[in-house]
Ligand binder design. Structure first.
Ligand SMILES: [Zn+2]
Length: 413
């Protein structure tokens, strides 16, 4: 009997046994530490990140939301370039059992690299990164400790600086969305336009990633619109009136009254662009405020080059339904109806780069984990390019959602 490679079977078996019997021995070179005593890898910071964060972890963490821990190590603490791996432990109480989590990446630490901690925060590869298991993001306190940092195949390295931080996860309300695709006929071409599935999917994913929510309770359906193309300035008003009527009927038949309704109108490759609008900007919790917006392929619209702009555009209109106004950027293009907006140019952060946006990605849609520079990205309530959510908007929507969740909870029969 011969195996596939043409060797007698027992010889192949012997080789396999041999390969399994001895692990390869490749010991890394010992790290030489530089500078301060005691010698060791100097920890610069431990950041617990969701959609937006500062290195002091000042932004509220939402319980049961995807969370990433970043550990920064000072490259000046080694004399030559080295590759590091790491492991953290998670505990909900001092004496409680630990959950051990390995880093998802290997960190290149090079003493000639001049990047500061502020620079590193804008680059995911400049830290050891850990995705927290869902069981570790329940409401309450979590102690995050760096358990070990090693070279590949090497020993635990001595660490200096603070190797532990504690985080508090706060219970938050889910986001309830019913998304209606409004199918319309174009009178000029005789064609009918329906939003592609990708637009619903992108909007849902963006809300899940950027909004201060543990989850999005989502449903979608396509209905025939009460209007047709060509559009006028009134089209969005008609769209919102139709959505409000559907919502009212649905809520009367038992749909959760905390559900926000949103309409998607396909732009027919730019031929029929319906500018989005919310029916109001309620000062008090009012989940019956509906909104609608356009959807289509962005082709660079507001710096977006992926498959859909329905995501940030829809998140903006829904932001209005949670009482969010316009920060006023770019100046001259947007009214400044939110005078409390704290960051220059509508950015996620001022020039101090205190805040960095984090998009933890979407595996199903092939979206990677990304750090979003706080000075290159802009709040979702602006009209500026590269939109994400800033801490000001994140906290305000979190509080509004909580109020809606309490005030509009359906009576239990
Ligand atoms: Zn707006």
């Amino acid at each position: 009997m011969k195996n596939k490679r043409g060797m007698p079977r027992n010889e192949a078996a012997t080789r396999v046994d041999h390969a399994y019997a001895t692990a390869p021995r490749r010991r890394p070179q010992q790290i030489e530490f530089a500078g301060a005593t005691p010698a060791g890898l100097a920890i610069q910071g431990i950041e617990v990140c969701q959609a937006i964060q500062s290195v002091e972890n000042s932004v509220t963490l939402i319980a049961d939301k995807a969370t990433l821990v970043r550990v920064y190590i000072n490259q000046a603490s080694v004399r030559s370039a080295t590759k590091l791996r790491g492991e953290i432990t998670l505990r909900t109480s001092e004496q409680g059992p630990a959950t051990y989590v390995p880093a998802i990446n290997e960190l290149d630490l090079d003493p000639v690299d001049g990047t500061t901690l502020v620079d590193k925060r804008d680059t995911m590869a400049a830290s050891l990164n850990f995705r927290l298991p869902a069981s570790s993001t329940r409401a309450g306190k979590l102690m995050v400790e760096i358990n070990r940092v090693t070279q590949k195949g090497g020993e635990d390295q001595p660490l200096t600086g603070t190797r532990m931080t504690s985080a508090t996860f706060v219970s938050a309300a889910p986001l309830r969305i019913r998304c209606l695709g409004l199918r319309y006929r174009d009178g000029a071409t005789g064609k009918t336009h329906t939003p592609d599935a990708v637009h619903f999917t992108y909007l849902r994913s963006y809300l899940e990633r950027a909004y201060p929510v543990p989850s999005v309770i989502w449903s979608q359906v396509v209905v025939d619109a009460d209007f047709s193309a060509p559009f006028s300035d009134d089209t969005v008003v008609q769209a919102n009136m139709q959505i409000a009527a559907i919502r009212s009927s649905d809520v009367n038949s038992g749909v959760d009254p905390r559900t926000h309704y949103f309409g998607l109108v396909d732009d027919a490759n730019g031929a029929n662009f319906m500018r989005g609008r919310a029916m109001g900007i309620p000062a008090m919790p009012q989940p019956d405020t509906v909104a609608s917006g356009p959807c289509g392929v962005p082709n660079g619209f507001a710096g977006d080059n992926d498959l859909s702009y329905a995501d940030w555009y829809g998140a903006h209109e829904l932001g209005h339904t949670f009482g969010r106004y316009h920060p006023g950027f770019p100046a001259g293009q947007q009214d400044a109806s939110d005078p409390a907006f704290p960051y220059q140019n509508g950015q996620l952060s001022n020039a101090d780069r205190k805040y960095v946006g984090y998009d933890l990605g979407d595996g199903v849609l092939g979206m990677p984990l990304q750090a979003l520079s706080g000075t290159d990205h802009h709040d979702v309530m602006t009209y500026a390019d590269q939109q994400w959510i800033c801490a000001h908007t994140f906290e305000a929507i979190r509080i509004r959602l909580k109020e809606e969740d309490e005030q509009f909870a359906p009576a239990i029969a």
